[in-house]
Design a binder for this molecule. Structure first.
Ligand code: CUA
Length: 345
């Protein structure tokens, strides 16, 4: 008696169902380019679905023809090349694929050329933001306002923002899947993209070009706010830091200077005396309003007291290969420093 065919069929069914579930789960959420929240990203997603549909159709037709040929073949039968077969090869093997590839190329060229136009607004003057890639974080500048922040790009929702991209060290790549395609950030070059989220929301972005040990943890957030909220946020960020408000925070600021944090980090409005770094060449993020940010260490930790303490004492424990050195500090010093940093709002 032959074994029941039920078991392999069931197993295949289960694998297919699981595979489909995994595939569908990958189609949504903040990491998915197939869950677009801007016109540019929607264009990219449409192109992706078109490519998938055409490739699937070709795959099914070719496999079908192959199966048909195998099924029809009789043992000992030799096929003689006839005029019909030659025509089939010329049409099916060259002409049709060439037409399909040309069509897909045209679709790709049209979508790419529309990417920036899709969101480019109606001749309105666009807000411009500069984003500089560093190993392993993102510097974000709002020209003309003095506001400088890191790893968190605020934009007004429903409006178009021009983002100028560059790099301070190696090649990075700016990618916010729900808002746009990837754009490389190359040292010595400025590239550009437009961000135009349709609705307020928080969108996750990544570095998508291998740039060193911490490439995988080089994340950021794009926070799209209602235009009024955005204006208020920008005004806050442009303000210099207030002097520390209490004893503990004053002590924390002293720790900040004693431990030479200001060599790499700027706190606008506070003069810590001579340091090798100026805001233009600082190798670490501007900390003027650190306390107002959602994350630390380029999207790796949720900002808060505990996370700050963990991060400043031993960055390598959070991100091996991070450029910030670990610093020997007493518990009191850590407490004061964290209070100071948290108070930078
Ligand atoms: Cu920066 Cu990968």
């Amino acid at each position: 008696m032959s074994p029941s065919p039920q078991i392999p069929v069931r197993a295949a069914g289960a694998v297919t169902a699981m595979g489909t579930a995994v595939l569908l789960a990958a189609c949504g959420g903040p990491h998915s380019a197939l869950d677009p929240r801007s016109d540019a990203a929607a264009g990219i997603a449409q192109l992706w679905w078109l490519l998938l549909a055409v490739c699937l159709a070709v795959f099914v037709i070719v496999l079908g023809l192959y199966g048909w040929a195998v099924w029809r073949r009789r043992p000992g039968e030799e096929a003689e090349p006839t005029g019909g077969i030659v025509n089939l090869i010329v049409v099916g093997g060259a002409a049709v694929p060439a037409l399909i590839l040309l069509g897909l190329t045209a679709g790709t060229v049209v979508t790419s050329s529309r990417l920036d136009l899709a969101d480019a607004g109606n001749g309105e003057e666009l807000l411009e933001i500069e984003v500089v890639g560093h190993q392993f974080w993102w510097e974000v500048r709002y020209p003309g306002t003095g506001a400088v922040t890191a790893n968190e790009i605020h934009v007004p929702a429903g409006r178009t923002v021009r983002v100028k991209l560059s790099s301070a060290d190696v090649i990075h790549s700016f990618w916010v899947p729900q808002l746009h395609g990837k754009v490389d950030m190359t040292p010595g070059r400025t590239s550009e993209l437009v961000l135009a989220p349709r609705e307020p929301g928080v969108y996750r972005g990544f570095c998508s070009e291998f740039c060193g040990v911490q490439h995988a943890l080089m994340g950021m957030l794009v926070v799209a706010q209602a235009p009024d909220d955005f204006e208020a946020w920008l005004e806050e960020q442009a303000r210099p830091a207030e002097p520390p408000s209490d004893q503990l925070r004053r002590a924390g600021e002293s720790v900040f200077v004693d431990k030479e944090c200001h060599f790499c980090h700027t706190v606008r409005g506070r003069d810590f005396g001579a340091s090798p770094a100026t805001s233009a060449t600082a190798t670490g993020p501007d900390l003027t309003h650190l306390g107002s940010r959602r994350t630390l260490a380029a999207g790796t930790l949720d900002n808060g007291r505990e996370a700050l303490a963990t991060w400043v004492v031993d960055p390598a424990a959070v991100k091996p290969g991070a450029r910030m050195p670990s610093t020997a500090m007493s518990d009191e010093e850590v407490e004061a420093l964290v209070a100071y940093l948290e108070g930078l709002r």
